[in-house]
Design a protein around this ligand. Sequence first.
Ligand SMILES: Cc1cc2nc3c(=O)[nH]c(=O)nc-3n(C[C@H](O)[C@H](O)[C@H](O)COP(=O)(O)O)c2cc1C
Length: 401
Amino acid sequence: MTLAGKRVLLIVAGGIAAYKALALIRLLRGAGCGVTCVLTRAGAQFVTPLSLQALSESKVYTDIFSLTDESEMGHIQLSRAADLLVVVPATADLLAKMAAGLADDLASTVLLATDKKVLVAPAMNVRMWQHPATAANMATLAARGVAVVGPDEGAMACNEFGPGRLAEPPAILAAIARLLAPAPQPLAGRHALVTSGPTHEPIDPVRYLANRSSGKQGHAIAAALAALGARVTLVSGPVAIADPPGVRVVRVETAAAMLAACQAALPADVAVCAAAVADWRMANPAAGKIKKIPGAAPPVLALVPNPDILATLCAPGPARPRLVIGFAAETAELRANAEAKRARKGCDWIVANDVSPETGIMGGDDNAVHLITAEGTEDWPRLPKSEVATRLAARIAAALA
Ligand SMILES: Cc1cc2nc3c(=O)[nH]c(=O)nc-3n(C[C@H](O)[C@H](O)[C@H](O)COP(=O)(O)O)c2cc1C
């Protein structure tokens, strides 16, 4: 992603998540974007002007009554020089000031004096976020065209759980990129179904069968399809990575639950089955924890096959997505096995990858895939999983055009 030549005015307010603004500055600078920071008085309790200045490589503004800055009407100039104003974290307080049109410090004055697009990334305690006052302020700001990213749901610094966590810096970067350089949306109006991650098949209430899938490739594909304008439903097994931005996530554990979630999500124009679905599950998962009895033989795990999600989605009928793409994770005879899988399952394309341990692909950040279609097999170079996803999404858009 490039934001070369663009300039963001980053307003850092006084929330515990202010430290994540530092990570965002690094991402923005890495994308070639210029960053100028305004730090509120409360914000300076959480991060220092020096950190912001060092990372942004620009002067940091904190005071509206600075003679040197205001000799040039700094509060007006700051917004004029920016392509976008971004508030990270947006505190309940600053959002309220914005909604009310208050201008009692540099941050709120700049936000009132601007005619540029504004993006806010709220972060606060779940009760502050759910308070009717904050909800009303957010509605006011949305009606005025202020863009919002997050907040996410999850564990909070205040030991509570719920919506209110700052969106992760990569998601904020993606939102900034969408506002600064709106990408073409060839998949607008399309629904994409993506599966990702492993499945967990219970052995008993505490143990399960699983595999080493991280979900990185499937999640990246969901994000890439969303970036091209698709409405994306991501059915994900248990993973330890963040939800992709702009995607509806349905969390499941077992293959049976994944199949049910996929069927409930239909109709879809395209289905990408990137999840590493367990082939087998326990014939009879134990209702209680299986006890280790000294001297007794270990239990024999009787397995039965799981439903075949890819084959089910490929079955001819009105609900079949126009394009169904499967993944083949193999450790031997990659191309031959993958070509056979495409024919056997009746899917349109197979993305084949070698998951032998020495490749580092399972769980890693890179992937080397072969795209197998009716026209033949393409060998793609080893690429970051995000780039594999971008290329695949572009191919999907072309196929559905
Ligand atoms: C330790 C601590 C953490 C805080 N975290 C948040 C927060 O995450 N979100 C929020 O809206 N306010 C938070 N506050 C309250 C704000 O700092 C306070 O409302 C302040 O006036 C905000 O000023 P500003 O909006 O000008 O930056 C926190 C306060 C403290 C002392």
